[in-house]
Design a protein around this ligand. Structure first.
Ligand code: ADP
Ligand code: MG
Length: 259
């Protein structure tokens, strides 16, 4: 680590992360940092630990070892090789720093689009109704979902549902958005409309970490690509370099499947 790295602000910093499920060591010494405005894409074969990595970053799973911080907020510190988590108030504060978008949208099925988006800002963040609704309508317009306010998720296409899920995450004003294969449940036409809104967010310098199988999208949109396999980062670097000039045989073999 250079002196520059030490002083550089990182919205997310994970260091020497380890995680096992029973005897299965799924994350083996993973480190990553995400800086303001940066888009990081995580690629790699199924079972490589990508979702576990995202779930550890978003506090859905706990690390066994390593450290995790959001900017200056330390969530997990190292204590004799074990990850020691902060108090419940630290975890609560950490959860307000990020948003998460899953593969399967995970909207509340019995809530309207508007209620899906406004529920947490109103009842968790306890913000004013007028402000929350105004912002929600602006987010819906941005996602190309005008006029869908009163529909329930089953009345929408998968692509529309995923765009509602992105609006819902953005409504909490997170510092960073995590996506776990946001388009892998969608057919190519619907994939396009979801990737388009993520591209627009990237153009606005939204900080994002995206697990994806869309290699062209990753190359075009990400600043930094991480190739993960077998619980380790095999290769990482500037997006164009990793996709167009992979250095490792495992990366090359993986990328060959996408040509
Ligand atoms: P990827 O997202 O890259 O496909 P995952 O993180 O989902 O990889 O899985 C990595 C490994 O961890 C796999 O061997 C998987 O079976 C295992 N795994 C993931 N979640 C759990 C869990 N909750 N319990 C037990 N094993 C798990
Ligand atoms: Mg996964």
């Amino acid at each position: 680590m250079t002196t520059n790295d030490v002083h550089e602000k990182a919205l997310v910093r994970l260091d020497h992360a380890r995680k096992s499920f029973g005897d299965n060591e799924v994350l083996k010494d993973i480190s990553l940092s995400v800086h303001p405005g940066e888009v990081v894409a995580i690629i790699g074969p199924s079972g490589g630990g990508k979702s576990t990595l995202l779930r550890c970053c978003t506090l859905l799973e706990r690390l066994d070892g390593g450290t995790l911080a959001f900017d200056d907020l330390v969530v997990a510190s190292d204590e004799g090789g074990r990850a020691k988590y902060g108090s419940s108030s630290v975890l609560k504060e950490a959860k307000s720093r990020f948003g998460l978008v899953f593969q399967n949208f995970n909207l509340f099925p019995h809530y309207t689009v508007m209620k899906n988006i406004t529920d947490a800002p109103l009842h968790v963040q306890k913000r004013g109704k007028e402000e929350v609704f105004t912002e929600a309508r602006a987010l819906l317009a941005k996602m190309g979902l005008e006029g869908k306010e009163n529909m329930v998720p089953c009345e929408l296409s998968g692509g529309q549902q995923q765009r509602v899920a992105i609006a819902r995450a953005l409504a909490l004003n997170p510092d960073v958005l995590f996506f776990d294969e946001p388009t892998s449940a969608l057919d190519p036409e619907l994939t396009k409309e979801v990737l388009k809104v993520i591209r627009e967010l990237a153009a606005e310098r939204m900080t994002m970490v995206i697990v994806t199988h869309e290699m062209n999208f990753a190359r075009d949109v990400a600043d930094h690509i991480i190739f993960m396999d077998g619980g380790v980062i095999v290769e990482e670097g500037p997006a164009f370099e990793v996709i167009n000039h992979p250095q490792h045989n495992r990366t090359r073999a993986f990328l060959n499947n996408y040509e």
